[in-house]
Design a protein around this ligand. Structure first.
Ligand code: ADP
Length: 589
């Protein structure tokens, strides 16, 4: 599949063509930048060709209209899909999303969250939908990776009214953090789900992300891309008290303060240049202000590395990326210096000799360092191409959405009373793994189920806590326990059998034992696209191979922010030959 990817900013238009198969390969790379009245500069790279020149476009939007002609000139106008980088996906967009009128409108509604970025991204979407009306287009969100951040990370300690208005932390650069984390895991040769990583993206914008066992747990950026590290022109962390002070002392308006924090701060505010190369050159010549700037920059980054290692409770590797992370050995050294106490030691020769050609991800830690240190180029556009193709694989052209099918192994939902009985009064479960449904998690702790005929050990606990304890097993499990268990919709627990749950601090006997009836979680937008409604029963066909199977009477459950997914149990999955996951589609009856 040939995917055209756009990254439309306010001062540049970057685009690329990627060939997505088992491997994703960049075929063409284009950029229009330095826009001024009457023209701009461009650079196109394709195979051996590296062409630079001037074009007549005076804005990224105008330049985009010139892309079809540019591609035609290189014989690359046969594309199958378009992927767009969208900075803010709010709380709704947790995965790459097919762009149609409804989703474009929903993204537009998020503009107040990212007034500087989303409108430019959306202008590119609109122009592309006009230029390629028959080609499917997908939005890939910078915020999506971080929607797994737990509530204690995303919530600011501010009045309820503000939080209700939408003030919360999101985090950005998700596509980059996800890519480099996967790249490091690949080099280590272990699944991402085994690893605790800190990804350090130092470009013009900069952020650090705690990638805890495959999920983003925290990011240094917050509600906006202003929080966190010192950046090219953005301040990063500043006491919010500054607003009142500056308004009183310098009579600055909110707009003036905000503009200065975005455009006149960071490296530029400290040293007069947003370019780290200039600053490093000046520091080397003895300029004290440039030297202080470098110290501030490195200190802030180091502080977040330590904070995120503590937040995750462990650290296997850190990964440097972005223009500064990839190219500045002295900045990498400053950030790593003094972290020996947590098992991180750099090898200075390796750090100086980093070569990133061929998508390499060299390791630069010292021999014996417990924490590995990687450097690798980020590849946001490549990742967008990959995610676009993956999103479209779920939606056949002109056809129905394919529904991800997830297999629910046996698990329990506990009440407060049950947790007290099993783990001790007031015990707080460790929310170890976020689940795909927003706000839901699997706990690190496990319990044992006990019936008259047998025991089921290491049963998962899923959160958040519920009013009533509910225990979900399969038909096969019910025989192992020796209890006749009815098939029920979740929450319908009247007259259900009793079972004993054992925990480290005691046991708890309760009713609420069910075989969960299969169901589809979905959100209003996906439900509308599928033509289904909350409470309705539908038929879902899974697998297209020789184990294809249609599940009748599958309950539709629509939730505001639910991730669309069919839930079946292990017996049903075995019957359909599904090992971990599959996709299905609605059967029209
Ligand atoms: P963007 O976030 O716009 O993609 P980049 O990732 O290209 O930005 O990073 C730009 C930053 O990288 C600039 O501050 C630039 O000075 C810095 N940079 C690039 N090359 C070097 C280098 N060799 N040494 C130090 N800094 C560098």
């Amino acid at each position: 599949m040939q995917v055209l990817v756009f990254n439309a900013g306010s001062s540049s238009l970057k685009f690329g063509i990627f060939s997505v198969a088992t491997e994703t390969r960049e075929v063409f790379k284009g950029c229009y930048e330095r826009f001024r009245a009457g023209g701009c500069e461009y650079r196109f790279r394709h195979g051996e060709t590296d062409e630079r020149g001037a074009a007549e476009f005076d804005s990224p939007g105008e330049a985009l209209k010139g892309v079809p002609a540019a591609l035609k000139r290189f014989g690359l106008d046969a594309i199958d899909a378009v992927g767009h980088r969208i900075v803010h996906g709010g709380a709704r967009f947790s995965s790459p999303t097919l762009l149609d009128d409804e989703t474009v409108e929903a993204i537009e509604a998020l503009t107040p969250l990212a007034p500087l970025h989303n409108p430019t991204n959306l202008e590119a979407v609109r122009l592309c939908r006009g230029l390629w009306p028959d080609i499917r287009q997908v939005a890939v969100f910078d915020t999506a990776f971080h929607l797994s951040n737990p509530a204690f990370v995303t919530t600011y300690a501010v009045p309820l009214k503000w939080r209700e208005a939408g003030l919360r932390r999101y985090g950005f650069h998700g596509t980059s953090h996800k890519y480099v984390a996967e790249r490091a895991a690949q080099e280590i040769g272990r699944p991402l789900s085994d690893l605790q990583l800190v990804s350090i993206h130092l470009g013009n914008g900069a952020s650090i992300c705690a990638v805890n066992r495959g999920y983003s747990m925290d990011s240094s950026m917050g509600m906006t891309p202003l929080e966190g590290l010192v950046m090219g022109t953005r301040s990063g962390d500043v006491d919010p008290g500054a607003f009142g002070f500056l308004s009183r002392e310098l009579q600055l308006s909110v707009q003036e303060i905000e503009d200065a924090l975005y455009d006149e701060s960071g490296l530029k505010g400290l040293a007069g240049s947003s370019d780290m190369r200039d600053i490093e050159d000046r520091a080397a010549k003895g300029d004290p202000q440039a030297q202080l700037t470098i110290e501030i920059y490195a200190y802030r980054a180091k502080k977040y590395v330590g904070a995120f290692a503590a937040a995750m409770g462990g650290l296997d590797a850190i990964v440097f990326t972005g223009g500064i992370g990839e190219n500045s050995p002295s900045m990498r050294r400053r950030i790593c210096d003094g972290l020996d106490f947590m098992g991180l030691q750099l090898d200075h020769d390796r750090n100086m000799a980093v070569n990133l050609s061929g998508r390499a991800a060299p390791q630069i830690q010292a021999y014996g360092s417990r924490v590995r240190v990687f450097v690798t180029e980020t590849a946001e556009q490549l990742m967008i191409a990959r995610e676009t193709a993956a999103a479209l694989a779920v939606v056949p052209p002109g056809g129905q959405l394919r529904l991800p099918v997830a297999v629910s192994a046996r698990h329990v939902h506990l009440s407060r009373e049950a947790v007290d009985g099993l783990f001790g009064k007031g015990y707080v479960l460790d929310q170890a793994t976020p689940l795909r449904q927003p706000g839901h998690w699997a706990a690190r702790e496990r319990v044992t189920l006990v019936g008259p005929k047998g025991r089921l050990e290491r049963v998962a606990i899923l959160g958040p806590l519920r009013e009533r304890t509910q225990i979900e097993v399969s038909r096969t499990d019910s025989f192992a326990l020796g209890i006749d268990v009815p098939v029920r919709d979740s929450g319908r627990l009247e007259a259900t059998p009793q079972v004993t749950i054992e925990g480290p601090a005691g046991s708890f006997t309760t009713d609420g034992l069910i075989i969960a009836a299969r169901h589809i979680h979905t959100n209003p937008a996906d439900a509308a696209r599928q033509g289904i409604e909350d409470g309705e029963y539908v038929d879902v066909r899974v697998n297209d191979d020789d184990r294809t199977l249609t599940f009748g009477r599958t309950l539709v459950r629509v939730g505001k922010d639910s991730f669309t997914e069919v839930h079946i149990d292990t017996d049903e999955a075995n019957a359909a030959g599904i090992e971990v996951a599959a996709t299905g589609e609605l059967v029209q009856v």
